[in-house]
Design a protein around this ligand. Structure first.
Ligand SMILES: C[S@@+](CC[C@H](N)C(=O)[O-])C[C@H]1O[C@@H](n2cnc3c(N)ncnc32)[C@H](O)[C@@H]1O
Length: 421
């Protein structure tokens, strides 16, 4: 693979500064990159920054061998990016070293350090590979590692950390047939998985709306709900809309509700591109009331998103775990409200892309204890193309280390609840 152009490298360094120094999420930073940065350079910048964040701890350990003290931030990021390119992305060493030196020189704040960047990057190209081979994957932050150790044990957490280091493939949900020229590996659950990154909007079938980006695990809640043609279904907390599209593609009469106008724009764009329809409602679910009850509700509640670290390696650097408390209350309140909007005999899927039991198993079991008119319908994972061991106490407990050899999957908790008739 050749080294990316200078603009992509400089943009990657800006992204790293935004996450590590300013505590801003990558997604928000990418939106603010210069408009004239071409899409391929934008995509490359994002993937370089993500690669560094996923492996920051081991990359810095390698760099420590060649640095007597930490250089200023821009030179440090030039070196981190060069190390990631050489040691992880298999970029030819001379190209990565040259690009790092050019990046350092191009900025007045780091140009006087270009000699140091050159020397250290060359050292990595000679000796870094052997050191890298000894490195353990980056550890999760304590606020997350501790509850995951309690929930899943050390081997599972180690396995999750190994998968996090490798990032995520591109997963696509197909609207219908696989478009001609769109290559990928069909996962047993029906997701098309691509191992090469790149610009999604340039893929065959994108313009025609033949697919949308959605992690294999994130595609399962709508399949569990199994909406039928003509059913009135509420997608509660819908944006950016992957599940809305699935429900609409199944022929359901979908109301897609979310509090965020900005995120609902993405739902509108996705619906327009895929030529699917849904009624969009911008509202706070805590104050909204439907005109009539629904046959089924899919509640994808806001959560810590700790199941998505393969795709969001910035999260451990930006979040502290403090968010969990208010989210847990919101999840409980949303479930309580949504339950009232389901017809007798109707169904509700509650899911979160969290690995924390406090955002999955706990609220659902409390809900069932206090609502005798509701019961848990045990999920048959094999009918979805999954494995039996994904089911714990009748619900799907998906983990990033499942399908580890194929790039893993998002962590998700998915429960199927039925209201008595
Ligand atoms: C996990 S995301 C939903 C992802 C979406 N279901 C999908 O598949 O693309 C959670 C969503 O909940 C929304 N949200 C948070 N609080 C809300 C509230 N009080 N009422 C409605 N939506 C809310 C957020 O704006 C966010 O879009």
């Amino acid at each position: 693979m050749s080294a990316p152009g200078l603009p992509a490298r400089l943009a990657a360094a800006e992204l790293l500064i935004g996450v590590l120094s300013d505590g801003i999420m990558l997604g928000d930073l990418v939106e603010k990159l210069p408009r004239d940065l071409p899409p391929p350079a934008r995509a490359r910048a994002q993937s370089l920054a993500a690669m560094v964040l996923r492996n920051l701890e081991p990359i810095d350990t390698v760099l420590d061998q060649f640095l007597t003290r930490k250089p200023p931030v821009r030179a440090m990021h030039a070196l981190r990016i060069a190390a990631a390119e050489m040691l992880i992305d298999e970029v030819a060493p001379h190209a990565a070293v040259d690009a790092a030196v050019r990046a350092a020189r191009s900025d007045p704040k780091s140009s006087r350090l270009s000699g140091l960047v050159n020397a250290v990057a060359r050292n990595i190209s000679r000796e870094g590979y052997d050191i890298w081979a000894q490195m353990e994957p980056q550890r999760l932050p304590h606020w997350l590692r501790a509850p995951l150790l309690r929930a899943y044990g050390e081997d599972a957490v180690d396995a999750m950390e190994r998968v996090h280091a490798g990032g995520a493939p591109l997963d696509l949900t197909l609207r219908g047939e696989q478009p001609e020229g769109l290559e990928g590996e069909m996962a047993p659950t029906g997701t098309l998985r691509r191992y090469r990154s790149g610009q999604v909007s340039a893929l065959p079938g994108y313009e025609e709306g033949a697919f949308w980006v959605q992690d294999a695990a994130a595609a399962l809640p709508a399949r569990v709900l199994d909406a039928k043609s003509g059913e009135r279904v509420l997608d509660l907390c819908a944006a950016p809309g992957g599940k809305t599209l699935q429900l609409a593609a199944a022929g359901a009469d979908v109301v897609a509700l979310d509090i965020s106008s900005k995120r609902l724009e993405r739902v509108r764009e996705n619906l327009a591109r895929t030529k699917l329809t849904a009624e969009i409602v911008r509202a706070d679910a805590m104050g909204w009331q439907p005109d009539a009850p629904f046959d089924a509700i899919l509640l994808d509640a806001p959560c810590t998103a700790t199941g998505t670290l393969r795709r969001h390696p910035d999260l451990p650097f930006v979040k502290t775990g403090e968010e969990n408390k208010s989210l847990v209350k919101l999840q409980r309140d949303l479930l309580e409200r949504a339950a009232k909007w389901v017809k007798p005999g109707g169904r509700l899927v509650f899911c979160t892309c969290s690995l924390l039991p406090s955002e999955g198993e706990v609220p659902v079991s409390r809900f069932l204890e206090t609502h005798p008119d509701w019961s848990l319908d045990p999920i048959d994972a094999t009918a979805l193309g999954g494995d039996e061991h994904w089911v714990v106490d009748g619900a799907l407990r998906l983990r990033p280390d499942y399908w580890a050899e194929q790039g893993g999957m998002d962590g998700f908790y998915i429960a199927h609840l039925i209201k008595s008739a």
